[in-house]
Design a protein. Structure first.
Length: 350
């Protein structure tokens, strides 16, 4: 964590944070404690990442190593609240924490993928802006926003923040924060807020969207990308009603190996798609399912299979529902556009 983050970070209660540095390397604070001057809650900085969560939602092993290492240095008031978190948030955090630490590698295809998500925005849009990437996972969107010139705060509930920190640590303009979208630890400083592929996995997606809007100052542009209910009959009816009822309860390592089955299927169909195209049978090639994966390496297909089969909740939305989200938040200059006929980009300005 860089000390400059304190101008953006706050306690979820809205209070100012004081800082006790325990270990530092140049401008980077490796370990420390932040204390709210208002509610007296304390939050650890562990391995360079502020953990703005109750202790029950911080990885037990990570927290235990931190407290054992600094037990002589921690102030008496640095006890961390152990309030029990909602089960669905914990399970979702575990799923994504496992997923994005296993599939943490960056692929060159991700840049084009990012630009596709944020269309019609271009790289020049990011220069000198302060950006929140809400639900950053292992940091692939944070990475490109920072490379395009923004100061970016990558924010996530899960242990994926550790992978994001490693992937983005070369950028002096990146901060990674672990926290809860329903208890956001930020001030209204952002020029752009994006949440790509996150809200539809929440127990209360619309509330999560509303919480992000609360962070927006006047003129802030907000982007959310959501699963669409259109064009997903196979997933929403067959897979959600059968296979996912089994897979979401599997141990994570078992599910990881099970996901080789759909990933190999995607990969084989992608090879057939390319082969038909090579022989000039483009019309037939376009009928091959899962062709949207053809441009990605096998590991991305494996990660996507895990993402769908392991996440506790998937929600799907119509265009009308997305438009209502924006209307309910009184956002201006709004639009809802389709991505591939199966998902939606929601743009709105505070």
């Amino acid at each position: 964590m860089k000390k400059s983050l304190l101008r953006i970070l706050s306690c979820p209660c809205g209070g100012e944070l004081s800082l006790d540095v325990l270990d530092k390397n140049g401008i980077e604070i490796n370990d420390g404690i932040m204390n709210c001057v208002s509610c007296k809650q304390s939050y650890p900085i562990i391995n360079g990442i502020p953990r703005m969560l109750p202790a029950s939602m911080i990885n037990n092993s990570v927290l235990r190593q931190f407290t054992e290492k600094y037990k002589e240095s921690l102030p008496n008031h640095a006890e961390i609240n152990d309030k029990k978190a909602e089960k669905i948030k914990v399970e979702t955090s575990k799923s994504f924490g496992f997923q994005w630490n296993v599939f943490s590698e960056m692929h060159k295809e991700y840049e084009k993928n990012f630009l596709n998500y944020i269309e019609p925005l271009r790289p020049s849009f990011f220069k000198n802006k302060i950006v929140l990437d809400a639900g950053c996972g292992f940091g692939r969107h944070t990475y490109y926003a920072a490379r395009y010139g923004a100061e970016v705060i990558g924010f996530d509930l899960s242990d994926a923040v550790d992978a994001a920190y490693q992937n983005c640590r070369k950028f002096p303009n990146v901060h990674i924060v672990q926290g809860d979208i329903y208890n956001l630890p930020f001030r209204k400083k952002f020029d752009f807020i994006m949440s790509i592929g996150v809200l539809h996995h929440l127990p209360y997606p619309k509330k999560g969207y509303a919480e992000l809007v609360k962070l927006a100052k006047s003129g802030t542009l907000i982007l959310a990308w959501l699963y669409g209910s259109e064009g997903r009959t196979f997933k929403t009816v067959f897979l959600e009603g059968t296979i996912r009822k089994i897979t979401v309860g599997m141990p994570q390592r078992m599910l990881y190996y099970f996901c080789y089955i759909p990933a190999i299927l995607y990969h084989t169909l992608n090879k057939l798609y390319r082969l038909l195209g090579w022989f000039g049978a483009s019309g037939l090639a376009e009928r091959i399912p899962f062709k949207n994966y053809a441009k990605f390496p096998f590991r991305v297909k494996l990660a996507d299979a895990y993402d769908f089969l392991g996440t506790p909740i998937n929600n799907y939305y119509s265009r009308e529902e997305c438009e209502q989200w924006i209307k309910d938040e009184n956002l201006r200059k709004s639009s809802v556009t389709s991505l591939g006929g199966r998902s939606w980009r929601l743009f709105g300005t505070k």
